[in-house]
Design a protein around this ligand. Structure first.
Ligand SMILES: Cc1ncc(COP(=O)(O)O)c(C=O)c1O
Length: 413
């Protein structure tokens, strides 16, 4: 059987994160002589809190009425339903101060799909794309899948000795130098970030935006964790495509209301970009999911009016901040390895000072504790692991136990 050259190449470059998750599968854990029920995983890149009950009731309303359920089975317009796009525009305005018109919004299946469609809409296969090192592990594969030979340029953002993000001025200088040399067509990063949980400094992002604007490159900010920002929100959270036509805000329904498997994504951008995405989306998914849009739009309208959305998001944010603090304290208490202080999102990065692939395998086999080796996020994490507290947010007692076990093993091992 002769599969495409692209997929043959990609199958030979499997994601290191998927590989380690496979290694931690139930059967493999049993094969290692461990009890799968006792495994403590810091691997999951997902959230563990409950969705708003009022949102669940919106699904109930649709499902318990024959005609509403019938209606929820129709196709959506490619751009998404108007009521859903209006609800998104109101939500972004009220929560973050973003000014947008309905023409600036397209709804998609997820931010993963929209990122793929954005690459196709914005770049040619021989263009360059600038990512940070480290960054979200799925981007390189997505870029290759959409753009084949596009060249990925990396900007290192961690000070390896101090184990913290470089000062904003240094990052801005590095960016200017790399931009001048490489002239990337797209600059893409998440903020708050996966895997580092850092929120990029506003002066640094302003430098990037100004250069992109002047030189006509696209800047995509991935806001998968926008509602889980623990520090003062940077001003770019409120930027509008009306002011920055080269900036694209990529959003996901996965993390804020635990909609990972029930998800939608949306993009807020200049109208010309939205029109381009509409054309791509006609070919990629035809249209986004109807049921999720109907439930989401009515929930957002009502919960914005009665203030319950804001209250819900505040509580969720507090819970993740707390889980992050507990994680950092536990690392200090039991392992005393350098780690980053989360500023948002679900993660920290811990420096283990040895090849992290080997460290992760050894620790898993001997303790049943799972970390994610850093290499998949970029070369700078070759000797670091990503630790996720996201899945444990409603059960934070477990967070300490994993580090206690690892500490016991490392001190006797
Ligand atoms: C930075 C980042 N972007 C995008 C995604 C995926 O978003 P979606 O669920 O909308 O596909 C994730 C998921 O972990 C992520 O961490």
């Amino acid at each position: 059987m002769e599969l495409s050259t692209l997929i043959q190449e990609m199958i030979n470059e499997p994601s290191p994160i998927r590989q380690i998750m496979k290694m931690a599968s139930r059967q493999n854990i049993i094969n290692m002589g461990l009890n799968p029920d006792e495994v403590i995983s810091y691997g999951g890149g997902w959230v563990g809190h409950h969705p708003p009950d009022e949102l669940r009731k919106k699904y109930l309303e649709i499902c318990s009425d024959m005609e509403k359920f019938y209606d929820a089975g129709k196709y959506s317009p490619t751009l998404g339903f108007e009521e859903c796009r209006i609800a998104i525009s109101k939500m972004e305005k009220e929560l973050f101060g973003v000014k947008s018109e309905i023409e600036n919004i397209i709804v998609g299946q997820s931010s993963t799909q929209l990122a793929h469609d954005l690459f196709i809409a914005l770049a040619n296969p021989n263009d360059k794309i600038l990512l940070f090192d480290p960054t979200y592990a799925n981007y390189p594969g997505q870029i290759k899948m959409a753009l084949r030979n596009a060249k990925i340029i990396r900007q290192r953002v961690i000070d390896m000795d101090r184990w913290e993000y470089k000062p904003p001025n240094d990052m801005a200088e590095d960016f200017k130098e790399i931009y001048e040399r490489e002239k990337p067509k797209i600059v893409l990063f998440p903020s708050p970030d996966n895997p580092s949980s850092q929120v990029f400094n506003e002066e640094f992002v302003k430098t990037i935006a100004d250069i992109c604007h002047e030189k006509k490159s696209f800047l995509i900010i991935d806001y998968a964790y926008k509602t889980q920002c623990f520090i003062k929100e940077p001003s770019y959270f409120s930027w509008s495509p009306l002011d920055y036509p080269f900036m694209i805000a990529l959003h996901s329904n996965s993390k804020w209301g635990r909609g990972l498997g029930r998800r939608l994504g949306w993009v807020i951008a200049d109208e010309e970009i939205i029109n381009a995405l509409e054309r791509v989306q006609q070919c990629s998914i035809l249209c986004p999911d109807t049921m999720h849009q109907l439930a989401f739009a009515t929930y957002i309208e009502e919960s914005l009016k009665d203030g319950s959305l804001r209250k819900y998001l505040e509580e969720i944010k507090k819970a993740y901040k707390k889980a992050g603090e507990i994680t950092v304290e536990a690392i200090k208490e039991y392992l005393d390895m350098p780690c980053l202080i989360p500023q948002g999102g679900l993660y920290t990065l811990m420096k283990v000072n040895e090849d992290a692939d080997e460290f992760v395998k050894r620790v898993l086999k001997n303790t049943g504790v799972l970390f994610i080796p850093g290499k998949g996020f970029g070369e700078s994490l070759r000797e670091a692991v990503r630790i996720s507290y996201g899945p444990h947010v409603e059960n934070v007692e477990i967070i300490k136990e994993g580090f206690r076990r690892v500490s016991e093993y490392l001190s006797h091992g």
